[in-house]
Design a protein around this ligand. Sequence first.
Ligand SMILES: CC(=O)N[C@H]1[C@@H](OP(=O)(O)OP(=O)(O)OC[C@H]2O[C@@H](n3ccc(=O)[nH]c3=O)[C@H](O)[C@@H]2O)O[C@H](CO)[C@@H](O)[C@@H]1O[C@H](C)C(=O)N[C@@H](C)C(=O)N[C@H](CCC(=O)O)C(=O)O
Ligand SMILES: Nc1ncnc2c1ncn2[C@@H]1O[C@H](COP(=O)(O)OP(=O)(O)OP(=O)(O)O)[C@@H](O)[C@H]1O
Length: 496
Amino acid sequence: METGYLFSCLPIKKVEGVLPDTVTDIAVDSRAVHAGGVFVCIKGFTVDGHAFVPKAIDNGARVIVASSQLKVDSDKVAVVYVEDTSRAIALLAPRFMNYPSKRMTMIGVTGTNGKTSVSNMLHSVLHHAGEKSAVTGTIGFNLDGVLFETENTTADVLTTQQMIKQAADAGCSTMTMEVSSHGLVEGRLAGTEFDIAIFTNLSHDHLDFHGTMENYGHAKGLLFAQLGQDLEQAKFGVVNVDDPWGVRMKEMTSFPVLTYGVHNEADFRAMDVQLTVDSTSFYLDSPAGGFDVKMSLIGEFNVYNALAVIAALYAKGLEMEVILEGLAVIPSAKGRMEKVETELPLTIYVDYAHSPDAIEKAIQAVLPYKDAASKLIFVIGTGGNRDRIKRPIMAEKASIADYVVLTTDDPRDEAYETILSELEAGMQHDQYACIGDREEAVRHAVSVADEGDIIIFAGKGHEDFQIIGREKLPHSDADIALEEAEKKFGRGFIEK
Ligand SMILES: CC(=O)N[C@H]1[C@@H](OP(=O)(O)OP(=O)(O)OC[C@H]2O[C@@H](n3ccc(=O)[nH]c3=O)[C@H](O)[C@@H]2O)O[C@H](CO)[C@@H](O)[C@@H]1O[C@H](C)C(=O)N[C@@H](C)C(=O)N[C@H](CCC(=O)O)C(=O)O
Ligand SMILES: Nc1ncnc2c1ncn2[C@@H]1O[C@H](COP(=O)(O)OP(=O)(O)OP(=O)(O)O)[C@@H](O)[C@H]1O
């Protein structure tokens, strides 16, 4: 790309050395720099990218964007000095990629719980409708069926723009993105032109980062504010009005907002909700008329997720019949109340609940189908070195289960004892065990289970690892549970 055009979007303090006519690439990681490329030095939470300039130059960087004074050979590289390199990359990345989000319908999904579920449901319904679509988030970057790993729910601004460009170049007509509050506050969505913004709900989480619920809610509101002011475009907000924050999100944008809910008046309202052990149905009142909706996803929370999907795809212009046909056949997102296939006389779910509200919702999804004589066993852990305020509240919600196993979920550098004692403080009854080692905790849950019981392993969801110290070790709640069950009941795994 022409260097002059690329840098004309930046407020530049000074340039040292001579800028080349063109640059080949742009990178924020010295290890990803290509010959003739631009390296932008980011001051991170762990290290300062300025320290990696020599490595970037070794890899062929031709231009460095920095905010601290550098000592480099100005015959070899040019240095562009700016006040704030994080803001600089937010301007440079979409420009370098030619603003690829403008080439697709972009749907952003934010909220404490349901982002992965709603995003993947949208992707699956679009796929069922014959559209080529992409989705990014906690599970990874799914480009029309091909899954790439991602580090974050919402990737850094450069990776985000690269993924959007990849999806647009591959001919996707829609891209759905999970939008985290961290991502919004840190500007990772800069330059991403959303057409539809969805808000699911807001409840206690991430207060280690945001400090207060007010800040956390404000962060989510940025997605709606960032829809912009070009009212000639057909953009929409989609909000859950059963959540008080949904009403506030409406105020954050001038674009039309479609509301959804079960209890309050809404554009898309579910009525006569019927929840069974393996399916959900409801009557939908909508601007397009009344419809009977049926799906295999379980739990009331999935009614909300379905309403968000229906409203967003209606806003996008899909026929209601097409949307509902897709909803009827799609599976749940990986690790979201996912039933483990087994011949055991037990019912086992793997779930990703790790906020107090999600824990409550996950338990409520199965409680009505539990036999009075059987138990619901709930295994829950929290991460080390992260939001500690939520720990007792998580255990308080988990106490709705008959038996609770308190454990860890990526303990990182924190001792088992502090995690467990802070969880334990919230327990409401004495039917529980505290076991720091997650593998042992899973085995214990199976060991106390009797025929007919239900076990929910919460917190890990789709993840196949446990982070202990700095190491990411392989871990699967489902595999350990089935192995233990095989010992106890003489069967577990289904012969393939
Ligand atoms: C606290 C936080 O936001 N950290 C993010 C941040 O890491 P960091 O600041 O530590 O980065 P760093 O390692 O100091 O690196 C600084 C710079 O040096 C560069 N570098 C580094 C090494 C090298 O050899 N060469 C080099 O150039 C790096 O590429 C980077 O540009 O930048 C990284 C790259 O973008 C992110 O992966 C990382 O997310 C970490 C993994 C994280 O845990 N983030 C959480 C808080 C988060 O963002 N969570 C939300 C959602 C959660 C939810 O809803 O559940 C999310 O969206 O994921
Ligand atoms: N709409 C919802 N309301 C409340 N809880 C939900 C909802 N949808 C899903 N859940 C519960 O929350 C858990 C996490 O769901 P999901 O992964 O979709 O949320 P998320 O917002 O993507 O979470 P994260 O930000 O941690 O990636 C699920 O496993 C389920 O137990």
